[in-house]
Design a protein around this ligand. Structure first.
Ligand SMILES: [Zn+2]
Length: 359
Protein backbone atom coordinates (compact mmCIF):
# COMPACT_ATOMS: atom_id res chain seq x y z
CA UNK A 1 0.00 0.00 0.00
CA UNK A 2 2.63 2.47 1.14
CA UNK A 3 4.87 1.43 -1.71
CA UNK A 4 2.17 2.01 -4.29
CA UNK A 5 1.49 5.49 -2.89
CA UNK A 6 5.18 6.28 -3.13
CA UNK A 7 5.29 4.96 -6.68
CA UNK A 8 2.30 7.08 -7.57
CA UNK A 9 3.95 10.19 -6.07
CA UNK A 10 7.15 9.43 -7.96
CA UNK A 11 5.13 9.14 -11.16
CA UNK A 12 3.44 12.51 -10.52
CA UNK A 13 6.79 14.12 -9.83
CA UNK A 14 8.24 12.71 -13.03
CA UNK A 15 5.21 13.78 -15.09
CA UNK A 16 5.32 17.34 -13.76
CA UNK A 17 9.09 17.63 -14.08
CA UNK A 18 8.87 16.60 -17.76
CA UNK A 19 6.40 19.41 -18.32
CA UNK A 20 8.26 22.02 -16.30
CA UNK A 21 11.39 21.30 -18.21
CA UNK A 22 13.80 20.71 -15.33
CA UNK A 23 14.66 17.31 -16.70
CA UNK A 24 17.62 18.55 -18.80
CA UNK A 25 15.59 19.53 -21.87
CA UNK A 26 16.75 20.60 -25.31
CA UNK A 27 14.67 22.96 -27.43
CA UNK A 28 14.74 23.77 -31.14
CA UNK A 29 12.59 26.66 -32.35
CA UNK A 30 12.14 27.03 -36.11
CA UNK A 31 10.31 29.88 -37.86
CA UNK A 32 9.05 30.33 -41.41
CA UNK A 33 8.84 34.09 -41.97
CA UNK A 34 5.45 35.25 -43.25
CA UNK A 35 3.94 31.84 -44.07
CA UNK A 36 0.14 31.95 -44.04
CA UNK A 37 -1.83 29.54 -41.85
CA UNK A 38 -4.07 28.84 -44.86
CA UNK A 39 -1.21 27.17 -46.76
CA UNK A 40 -0.12 25.26 -43.65
CA UNK A 41 -3.60 23.78 -43.15
CA UNK A 42 -4.96 23.82 -46.70
CA UNK A 43 -1.96 23.71 -49.04
CA UNK A 44 -1.74 25.71 -52.28
CA UNK A 45 -4.39 28.37 -52.93
CA UNK A 46 -6.20 27.93 -56.28
CA UNK A 47 -6.83 31.67 -56.66
CA UNK A 48 -3.10 32.45 -56.34
CA UNK A 49 -2.00 29.52 -58.53
CA UNK A 50 -4.26 30.84 -61.30
CA UNK A 51 -2.52 34.24 -61.43
CA UNK A 52 0.13 34.54 -64.15
CA UNK A 53 1.47 37.71 -62.50
CA UNK A 54 2.36 35.62 -59.40
CA UNK A 55 3.28 32.26 -60.97
CA UNK A 56 6.08 31.92 -63.56
CA UNK A 57 6.85 28.21 -63.07
CA UNK A 58 4.49 26.27 -65.36
CA UNK A 59 4.93 23.15 -63.19
CA UNK A 60 3.68 24.85 -60.01
CA UNK A 61 0.12 23.48 -60.20
CA UNK A 62 1.39 20.00 -61.02
CA UNK A 63 3.69 20.13 -57.98
CA UNK A 64 1.22 21.52 -55.46
CA UNK A 65 -2.39 21.30 -56.66
CA UNK A 66 -4.47 18.34 -55.43
CA UNK A 67 -8.20 17.72 -55.15
CA UNK A 68 -8.60 18.10 -51.38
CA UNK A 69 -7.04 20.46 -48.79
CA UNK A 70 -5.66 17.41 -46.91
CA UNK A 71 -3.84 16.20 -50.05
CA UNK A 72 -2.67 19.71 -50.90
CA UNK A 73 -1.10 20.33 -47.49
CA UNK A 74 0.62 16.95 -47.61
CA UNK A 75 2.04 17.83 -51.02
CA UNK A 76 3.34 21.15 -49.66
CA UNK A 77 4.54 20.08 -46.18
CA UNK A 78 4.96 16.30 -46.29
CA UNK A 79 7.19 16.01 -43.22
CA UNK A 80 5.04 18.22 -41.01
CA UNK A 81 1.84 16.39 -41.93
CA UNK A 82 3.34 12.93 -41.63
CA UNK A 83 5.17 13.52 -38.33
CA UNK A 84 3.82 16.37 -36.21
CA UNK A 85 0.23 15.12 -35.58
CA UNK A 86 1.58 11.88 -34.08
CA UNK A 87 4.18 13.67 -31.91
CA UNK A 88 2.52 16.95 -30.94
CA UNK A 89 -0.07 19.50 -31.98
CA UNK A 90 -0.78 22.25 -34.52
CA UNK A 91 -2.69 25.41 -33.60
CA UNK A 92 -4.19 28.01 -35.96
CA UNK A 93 -6.57 26.23 -38.34
CA UNK A 94 -9.28 28.90 -38.32
CA UNK A 95 -11.54 26.66 -40.42
CA UNK A 96 -11.70 24.39 -37.32
CA UNK A 97 -12.07 27.18 -34.76
CA UNK A 98 -8.42 27.32 -33.71
CA UNK A 99 -7.12 30.89 -33.87
CA UNK A 100 -3.81 32.54 -33.07
CA UNK A 101 -3.08 36.21 -33.73
CA UNK A 102 -0.41 38.85 -33.20
CA UNK A 103 -1.17 41.19 -30.31
CA UNK A 104 0.91 43.93 -31.97
CA UNK A 105 -0.74 46.09 -34.64
CA UNK A 106 2.29 46.33 -36.94
CA UNK A 107 2.11 42.88 -38.56
CA UNK A 108 5.66 42.82 -39.85
CA UNK A 109 8.81 41.06 -38.75
CA UNK A 110 10.67 42.98 -36.02
CA UNK A 111 7.49 43.67 -34.03
CA UNK A 112 6.49 40.02 -34.55
CA UNK A 113 9.77 38.51 -33.34
CA UNK A 114 9.84 40.98 -30.44
CA UNK A 115 6.32 39.99 -29.40
CA UNK A 116 6.95 36.26 -29.58
CA UNK A 117 10.35 36.13 -27.94
CA UNK A 118 10.14 39.11 -25.53
CA UNK A 119 6.57 38.23 -24.55
CA UNK A 120 4.69 41.45 -25.25
CA UNK A 121 3.82 43.80 -28.13
CA UNK A 122 5.77 47.06 -28.02
CA UNK A 123 4.02 49.24 -30.59
CA UNK A 124 5.32 52.43 -28.98
CA UNK A 125 8.97 51.68 -29.56
CA UNK A 126 9.14 48.98 -32.24
CA UNK A 127 7.76 50.56 -35.38
CA UNK A 128 10.31 49.55 -38.03
CA UNK A 129 12.66 46.78 -39.18
CA UNK A 130 15.75 48.95 -38.54
CA UNK A 131 19.03 47.28 -37.54
CA UNK A 132 18.87 48.42 -33.92
CA UNK A 133 19.42 46.21 -30.90
CA UNK A 134 16.17 45.47 -29.07
CA UNK A 135 15.79 47.19 -25.69
CA UNK A 136 13.45 44.38 -24.55
CA UNK A 137 14.75 41.17 -22.95
CA UNK A 138 14.12 37.98 -24.91
CA UNK A 139 13.53 34.54 -23.46
CA UNK A 140 16.74 33.38 -25.19
CA UNK A 141 18.73 35.93 -23.16
CA UNK A 142 17.17 34.64 -19.97
CA UNK A 143 17.97 31.05 -21.02
CA UNK A 144 21.61 31.98 -21.66
CA UNK A 145 21.86 33.47 -18.14
CA UNK A 146 20.62 30.21 -16.58
CA UNK A 147 23.52 27.93 -15.57
CA UNK A 148 21.80 24.97 -17.27
CA UNK A 149 21.90 26.69 -20.67
CA UNK A 150 24.73 29.25 -20.38
CA UNK A 151 26.95 28.98 -23.45
CA UNK A 152 24.56 26.41 -24.94
CA UNK A 153 22.23 28.82 -26.82
CA UNK A 154 22.78 29.44 -30.55
CA UNK A 155 20.89 31.30 -33.27
CA UNK A 156 21.00 31.01 -37.06
CA UNK A 157 18.78 33.30 -39.09
CA UNK A 158 18.54 34.07 -42.80
CA UNK A 159 17.32 37.62 -42.15
CA UNK A 160 20.03 39.99 -40.86
CA UNK A 161 17.71 41.69 -38.38
CA UNK A 162 17.03 38.55 -36.30
CA UNK A 163 20.17 39.08 -34.20
CA UNK A 164 19.04 42.66 -33.47
CA UNK A 165 15.50 41.63 -32.52
CA UNK A 166 16.97 39.09 -30.07
CA UNK A 167 19.78 41.41 -28.95
CA UNK A 168 22.50 38.78 -29.18
CA UNK A 169 25.12 41.31 -27.96
CA UNK A 170 23.53 41.99 -24.59
CA UNK A 171 22.35 38.36 -24.40
CA UNK A 172 25.93 37.19 -25.11
CA UNK A 173 24.90 34.20 -27.23
CA UNK A 174 26.28 33.52 -30.71
CA UNK A 175 24.04 34.47 -33.64
CA UNK A 176 24.81 34.26 -37.36
CA UNK A 177 22.29 36.09 -39.53
CA UNK A 178 22.26 37.50 -43.07
CA UNK A 179 25.78 37.30 -44.50
CA UNK A 180 27.49 36.41 -41.21
CA UNK A 181 29.56 33.24 -41.24
CA UNK A 182 29.01 30.30 -38.92
CA UNK A 183 29.28 30.71 -35.16
CA UNK A 184 30.09 27.07 -34.34
CA UNK A 185 32.61 26.74 -31.50
CA UNK A 186 33.93 23.52 -33.00
CA UNK A 187 33.58 24.15 -36.74
CA UNK A 188 33.55 21.05 -38.92
CA UNK A 189 35.17 20.87 -42.34
CA UNK A 190 31.69 20.97 -43.85
CA UNK A 191 30.80 24.21 -42.09
CA UNK A 192 33.99 25.87 -43.30
CA UNK A 193 32.97 24.94 -46.84
CA UNK A 194 29.55 26.53 -46.26
CA UNK A 195 31.36 29.70 -45.10
CA UNK A 196 33.30 29.75 -48.39
CA UNK A 197 30.13 29.18 -50.41
CA UNK A 198 28.30 32.01 -48.64
CA UNK A 199 31.16 34.34 -49.47
CA UNK A 200 30.97 33.23 -53.11
CA UNK A 201 27.20 33.64 -53.51
CA UNK A 202 25.71 36.62 -55.31
CA UNK A 203 23.92 38.92 -52.88
CA UNK A 204 20.37 38.68 -54.21
CA UNK A 205 18.76 40.31 -51.18
CA UNK A 206 21.13 42.50 -49.14
CA UNK A 207 19.55 41.54 -45.80
CA UNK A 208 18.59 37.90 -46.49
CA UNK A 209 20.81 34.94 -47.25
CA UNK A 210 19.26 31.91 -48.90
CA UNK A 211 17.70 29.52 -46.39
CA UNK A 212 19.89 26.61 -47.54
CA UNK A 213 22.84 28.32 -45.77
CA UNK A 214 20.92 28.78 -42.54
CA UNK A 215 19.90 25.13 -42.68
CA UNK A 216 23.44 23.87 -43.30
CA UNK A 217 24.89 26.04 -40.52
CA UNK A 218 22.24 24.94 -38.04
CA UNK A 219 22.57 21.25 -38.83
CA UNK A 220 26.36 21.25 -38.63
CA UNK A 221 26.35 23.26 -35.38
CA UNK A 222 23.86 20.86 -33.79
CA UNK A 223 26.27 18.03 -34.62
CA UNK A 224 29.51 19.74 -33.58
CA UNK A 225 28.50 21.92 -30.60
CA UNK A 226 25.39 20.28 -29.13
CA UNK A 227 23.61 23.49 -28.12
CA UNK A 228 20.71 22.89 -25.74
CA UNK A 229 18.65 25.75 -27.15
CA UNK A 230 18.72 26.62 -30.83
CA UNK A 231 16.64 29.06 -32.81
CA UNK A 232 16.62 28.61 -36.62
CA UNK A 233 14.94 31.39 -38.57
CA UNK A 234 14.10 30.89 -42.26
CA UNK A 235 13.07 33.81 -44.48
CA UNK A 236 12.34 32.75 -48.06
CA UNK A 237 8.60 32.25 -47.46
CA UNK A 238 8.56 36.04 -46.95
CA UNK A 239 11.24 37.14 -49.43
CA UNK A 240 9.62 35.52 -52.51
CA UNK A 241 6.11 36.93 -51.94
CA UNK A 242 7.64 40.43 -51.80
CA UNK A 243 8.93 39.67 -55.33
CA UNK A 244 5.40 38.63 -56.37
CA UNK A 245 6.38 34.97 -56.73
CA UNK A 246 3.69 32.65 -55.35
CA UNK A 247 5.38 29.66 -57.05
CA UNK A 248 8.69 30.30 -55.28
CA UNK A 249 6.86 30.89 -51.99
CA UNK A 250 5.44 27.37 -52.30
CA UNK A 251 8.86 25.98 -53.24
CA UNK A 252 10.36 27.73 -50.19
CA UNK A 253 7.73 26.20 -47.87
CA UNK A 254 8.35 22.77 -49.40
CA UNK A 255 12.14 23.07 -49.02
CA UNK A 256 11.84 24.34 -45.46
CA UNK A 257 9.73 21.28 -44.65
CA UNK A 258 12.63 19.11 -45.88
CA UNK A 259 15.13 21.15 -43.83
CA UNK A 260 12.98 20.56 -40.76
CA UNK A 261 12.80 16.82 -41.49
CA UNK A 262 16.59 16.67 -41.74
CA UNK A 263 17.07 18.69 -38.53
CA UNK A 264 14.68 16.42 -36.61
CA UNK A 265 16.29 13.27 -38.05
CA UNK A 266 19.77 14.60 -37.22
CA UNK A 267 18.70 15.24 -33.62
CA UNK A 268 16.73 12.05 -33.12
CA UNK A 269 19.68 9.95 -34.32
CA UNK A 270 22.04 11.65 -31.81
CA UNK A 271 21.95 10.39 -28.18
CA UNK A 272 22.44 13.97 -26.96
CA UNK A 273 19.06 14.97 -28.40
CA UNK A 274 17.12 11.73 -28.89
CA UNK A 275 13.92 11.68 -26.85
CA UNK A 276 15.03 14.80 -24.91
CA UNK A 277 14.17 17.48 -27.45
CA UNK A 278 11.10 19.63 -27.89
CA UNK A 279 10.52 21.31 -31.27
CA UNK A 280 8.47 24.44 -31.98
CA UNK A 281 7.43 25.69 -35.44
CA UNK A 282 5.97 29.15 -35.93
CA UNK A 283 5.67 32.28 -38.04
CA UNK A 284 6.12 35.97 -37.17
CA UNK A 285 3.16 37.26 -39.20
CA UNK A 286 0.74 36.23 -41.93
CA UNK A 287 0.14 38.05 -45.19
CA UNK A 288 -2.63 39.38 -47.38
CA UNK A 289 -4.48 37.54 -50.14
CA UNK A 290 -5.15 38.35 -53.81
CA UNK A 291 -3.41 41.60 -54.77
CA UNK A 292 -2.25 41.97 -51.16
CA UNK A 293 -0.42 38.62 -51.10
CA UNK A 294 2.91 40.32 -51.77
CA UNK A 295 2.45 42.46 -48.67
CA UNK A 296 1.77 42.25 -45.00
CA UNK A 297 1.25 44.94 -42.37
CA UNK A 298 -1.72 46.82 -41.02
CA UNK A 299 -2.96 47.54 -44.57
CA UNK A 300 -3.10 43.87 -45.64
CA UNK A 301 -6.03 41.98 -44.03
CA UNK A 302 -5.01 38.64 -42.53
CA UNK A 303 -1.38 39.58 -41.83
CA UNK A 304 -1.88 39.35 -38.07
CA UNK A 305 -2.93 35.66 -38.27
CA UNK A 306 -0.51 32.98 -37.09
CA UNK A 307 -0.01 29.24 -36.79
CA UNK A 308 2.01 27.42 -34.11
CA UNK A 309 3.11 23.82 -33.70
CA UNK A 310 4.97 21.97 -30.96
CA UNK A 311 6.11 18.36 -30.87
CA UNK A 312 8.60 16.04 -29.24
CA UNK A 313 9.44 15.72 -25.57
CA UNK A 314 6.72 16.71 -23.11
CA UNK A 315 4.20 17.69 -25.81
CA UNK A 316 0.90 15.77 -25.99
CA UNK A 317 0.13 14.19 -29.38
CA UNK A 318 -3.13 16.03 -30.02
CA UNK A 319 -2.67 16.46 -33.76
CA UNK A 320 -4.52 19.33 -35.38
CA UNK A 321 -6.50 20.97 -32.58
CA UNK A 322 -10.02 22.37 -32.94
CA UNK A 323 -11.98 25.07 -31.08
CA UNK A 324 -9.09 26.26 -28.91
CA UNK A 325 -8.96 29.52 -26.96
CA UNK A 326 -7.71 32.43 -29.09
CA UNK A 327 -3.94 32.39 -28.61
CA UNK A 328 -1.58 35.35 -29.04
CA UNK A 329 1.96 35.54 -30.39
CA UNK A 330 3.16 36.90 -27.04
CA UNK A 331 2.39 33.51 -25.43
CA UNK A 332 5.30 31.94 -27.32
CA UNK A 333 7.88 33.28 -24.82
CA UNK A 334 5.88 31.82 -21.92
CA UNK A 335 5.69 28.47 -23.72
CA UNK A 336 9.46 28.42 -24.30
CA UNK A 337 10.04 29.46 -20.70
CA UNK A 338 7.88 26.60 -19.43
CA UNK A 339 9.60 24.00 -21.61
CA UNK A 340 13.02 25.15 -20.37
CA UNK A 341 11.87 25.52 -16.76
CA UNK A 342 12.76 29.25 -16.65
CA UNK A 343 11.04 31.99 -14.72
CA UNK A 344 10.59 34.50 -17.54
CA UNK A 345 8.87 37.80 -16.78
CA UNK A 346 8.48 40.06 -19.84
CA UNK A 347 9.85 43.61 -19.48
CA UNK A 348 6.30 45.03 -19.28
CA UNK A 349 5.87 43.01 -16.06
CA UNK A 350 2.93 40.97 -17.37
CA UNK A 351 3.42 37.20 -17.47
CA UNK A 352 1.48 35.37 -20.16
CA UNK A 353 0.11 31.82 -20.02
CA UNK A 354 1.94 29.12 -21.96
CA UNK A 355 0.05 27.58 -24.86
CA UNK A 356 -1.75 24.42 -23.67
CA UNK A 357 -4.30 23.23 -26.21
CA UNK A 358 -4.96 20.07 -24.15
CA UNK A 359 -6.65 22.09 -21.38
ZN1 LIG B 1 8.10 40.81 -45.21
Amino acid sequence: MKKSVLLFLAFLLLASSCRRGDNDPRLIVISFDGLRWSEVFGGADSAMLARPDYVKDRHAAEKYWRQTPAERREALLPFIWSYVPGHGYLVGNRWLGSRMDMANRMWFSYPGYNEMFCGFPDDERITSNKAEMNANTSVFEVANRDPRYAGRVAVYGSWTIIKYALNCERGAFPASTGYDKSVARHPSEAIRLVDEMLEGMPVVWPRDRYDAFTYAYAKETLRSDHPKVMYISFCETDAWPHEKRYDRYLDAARKTDTFIRNIVETCESDPFYRGKTTYILLTDHGRGSGDDFKDHGSGAAGSGELFFAAFGKGIPALGEVENTPDYKGMQVAATISEILGLDFVPDNGVKQDAIHPEQ
